[in-house]
Structure formats: C-alpha cells, structure tokens
Design a protein around this ligand. Structure first.
Ligand code: MLT
Length: 433
C-alpha cells in the first residue's frame, strides 16, 4: 500500500489479513470509517448497541459538537436563530437550506394559512378517544390518518413536498390544540388566519366562549423560541425513527407518526414532563435536595435525575443555556412566580458542584428548564411532549426529504449477533415434556 492510501484509509487486521477502509471527512472536521464493504470482504459485521458510534447517513441539516456545546441548523448558530427568527423562518430554513426573504416567507405563511383547517370528518375522531387519552397517542393516530384525507400529490412524493410539508406543519398545530380542547371537554376553537403561527395555536388552546383569549406578544415570543430550539437535533431517536420507517418507502405522514411515537418515550421527548414531576416531588418534600441527590447516586434506586446529561453533549446543551436565560425574563414579564424555578436553579447548582455528577458530564439539557416556561404560558404538563413534537416537525420533514433525495439511501436493515439456541432437532407435540 502506498502512503497516499494510508492517509485516506484505516487499516483493519482480521485473521492476519489487512483490510483498507476509506476514511470520510465531514464538513466540520468530523471523521468516519466507511465500513460498507466490511461484511462482503471479511464476513464480519460491527457491533454497536444503541448506535453510539455509528453514523447511519450523511446529512447537511444540523451540525452539533457535543464537546464544545455547538449547535447549528444549516450552518447558522442556534443562538442567532433563537434570538432573531420566527419559528416559520427556521422551518423554511430547515426545509430549503436557505433563510427565506420576505417574499418567500409570505409565500410559506400563505400556504400554512391555507392548510390550517382539518377535514371535518377527522374532527369526529376526537370524540372516540377516552377523555384521559394521551395527547401523544392522539397526535400520532391523527397524523397517520392525514394520509387518507390528504394523500401526497403527484406520482413522486417529492414533487409536491412543499405543499405536503406545509400541510403537516399547519395541521399538526390544529390537531395538537384540538386534542387539548377535547381532553378538557371544551368546544373546539378553529384556526384564524389573522394570527401568527404561534398566536394561532395559543388562541386555539386557550380561547373559550366564556373567556376570550388575548394573544400576548411575550407569550408568542416565548413559544416561538422554544419551538426553534426543538426544531432539529441531528440523528436523535425520533428522527432516526422517521428515517428508518421512511426508508421502507412509506408516505411522509406515516414516517412522521413513527417519529411522534419515538418522541413519546420518557427517555426522549417525555423527559420534559419528567423534570416537572421531579421538581414537584422535591417541592412536596419540603425542598429536601439531599434526599434526591442521594437517590440519584444510589444504583439500587430507580430514581434518576431528569433533565441532566445527554448522549452527545459532554458540556452544557446550548439549548438549555438559552432557555435558562429566557426563563427569568418570561416569568417576570408574565408576572408569574413559580417555586419550581428556584428549585431547578438550586438543583442545578448542587449538581454542577458535585464531583459525582461532574465526572459523569451531567449538565442541564434542553428539557431541564423548558417545562417551567411551558407552565408559565399555561401549557399543561401532559402537552409538553406535544409541544416538542410541534417544534421538531420541520426537522423530521427536512430529514425525511433529505433521505428520500439521497441516491445512497437504502432500506434500513441492521444486522445482529445471534445469541440464541444452536440448531435443534424438531420434537413432535406428543413427545414433548
Ligand atoms: C433531542 O433534541 O432530540 C434530544 O436532545 C435527544 C437527542 O438529541 O438525542
């Protein structure tokens, strides 16, 4: 082998034979070993439970550096986007790889307005869920069913992807608000095109015939920020679910529905709800931090600190930092005093000064403070994960689109290391013990 090949290939020695595997370099210096021919050449697969070390695609949507705490959508720093953009601008950016100019943004807004209504037949679905049904279950069912009412247009699902994407982004907001109204037993409030994307959602959630809702710009701004911060996060579990299901060639709605189901898990999107439950438990226990810190350190105790640590970040989650800063301002403007904010701050201080947690890189993540803002703007705890889904939707769609446009895409079909019985002789039923 020449030196040139050694610079571009990794060497792997198996059973005395050297194999040369191409090294890939990402746009931000990330490095990967291309093992796509490994099985064919050597008969070996790689074993990587939980895909901790495996890149399953190359993507141009989101860059994150977990050591430095950097997050960028399409090259733009999350700090700038969260501070200066509308959520629908960021959605456009994720879908089109470009920040929209005024005309493009207006065009997108018009599509969102046009698609805000739900087919009236679908509204009857809500009547058949039990009153305490999980809003995530409702969301996933309704999104899957959208396919029956609004099939993708044209022979190629990518042909009219802008329209299908806008339909989803607009209708998921309507579905989310309707599921809340149904859970309250209140009449539905229909979307209004004179309101902004977030204003419209808040109005559908909180307006009632007996108490008209006034959309407050501060509340709109807070929701806008949270949705932007959740809009994409590279190949997380729900995005991987969207790509995995979508790789079988299924329609966009079904793929997004799979993503919603993955997000529902307490280890993923459900974590923001778990944080509030944890803070409430500490409050109910008279702020007995010591007790909860001891429980978190006890390996035999199932209790875990929610909202700390992240698979990828070894430092602060930049989204958590932005939300923490926003918390004070938003609670002050809304004149809300929430004892859980103080508990969260104290707990963070304790954790960040305790060697046990520091050595495990347990920094606050995006879920730690987001629930406090959602509470302040009136979102009930069981809707927190729905809010996450609303924010993540443009990211899921952009990732699905990228996957379908990528000529390298194949149906996802991981391998395994078989750990079962060796071949056994079949025993007829009458002879079995
Ligand atoms: C997310 O935003 O999806 C979560 O932080 C989880 C992840 O990235 O793995």
């Amino acid at each position: 082998m020449t030196d040139a090949i050694l610079k571009t290939h990794a060497q792997l020695v198996i059973e005395g034979k050297t194999h040369y595997l191409p090294i890939l370099k990402g746009a931000e210096g990330d490095k990967a070993i291309d093992i796509s021919t490994l099985m064919k050449e050597t008969g070996y697969v790689v074993y990587d439970v939980g895909s901790k070390n495996s890149a399953t695609c190359s993507s141009a949507i989101t860059f994150l550096d977990g050591d430095k705490g950097i997050l960028r959508y399409r090259g733009y720093d999350i700090e700038d986007l969260a501070e200066k953009c509308l959520f629908i601008e960021v959605a456009y950016l994720l879908l089109h790889n470009k920040l929209p100019n005024r005309e493009e943004l207006e065009g997108f807004r018009t599509l969102l307005e046009e698609y805000a209504l739900l087919h009236e037949d679908m509204i009857h679905f809500f009547d058949h869920f039990p009153p305490n049904a999980s809003p995530m279950a409702i969301l996933s069912v309704m999104v899957n069913s959208l396919h029956n009412y609004y099939p993708e247009m044209g022979g190629d699902p990518l042909e009219n992807i802008d329209k299908t994407a806008s339909r989803l982004i607009s209708k998921v907001r309507t579905i989310a608000a309707f599921s809340y109204k149904k859970s309250m037993g209140h009449p539905l409030v229909y979307p209004r095109n004179d309101l902004s994307y977030c204003g419209n959602f808040l109005n559908m959630m909180f307006d009632t015939p007996v108490r008209p809702y006034t959309v407050q710009p501060e509340v709109v701004a807070a929701m806008n920020k949270l949705l932007i911060l959740h809009a994409d996060h590279e190949q997380n579990c729900s995005t991987s679910a969207v790509r995995l299901v979508g790789s079988a060639g299924v329609n966009l709605y079904a793929s997004i529905s799979a993503g919603i189901n993955a997000l529902w898990g307490p280890l993923h999107g459900g974590a923001n709800e778990a944080v509030i439950q944890m803070l409430q438990a500490i409050y109910a226990d008279g702020n007995d931090y010591k007790k909860y810190i001891a429980k978190a350190k006890d390996k035999n105790d199932p209790f875990r600190l929610s909202g700390f640590g992240h698979r990828v970040y070894r430092t602060y989650d930049p989204r958590g930092t932005i939300i923490k800063k926003a918390c004070d301002g938003i609670l002050a403007v809304l004149n809300v005093s929430d004892p859980l904010l103080e508990i969260a701050r104290n707990l963070e201080d304790i954790v960040l000064n305790d060697e046990y947690f520091v050595s495990r890189n347990l920094y606050p993540n995006v879920d730690f403070y987001s629930g406090i803002i959602y509470r302040a703007i009136g979102i009930p705890t069981n809707m927190f994960t729905v809010m996450f889904a609303l924010g993540r939707l443009p990211g899921w769609i952009a990732q699905w689109k990228e996957m379908r446009e990528d000529p390298q895409t194949k149906i996802m079909r991981p391998r395994q290391v078989y750990a079962g019985e060796p071949q056994r002789t079949f025993i007829p039923i009458g002879e079995r013990f």
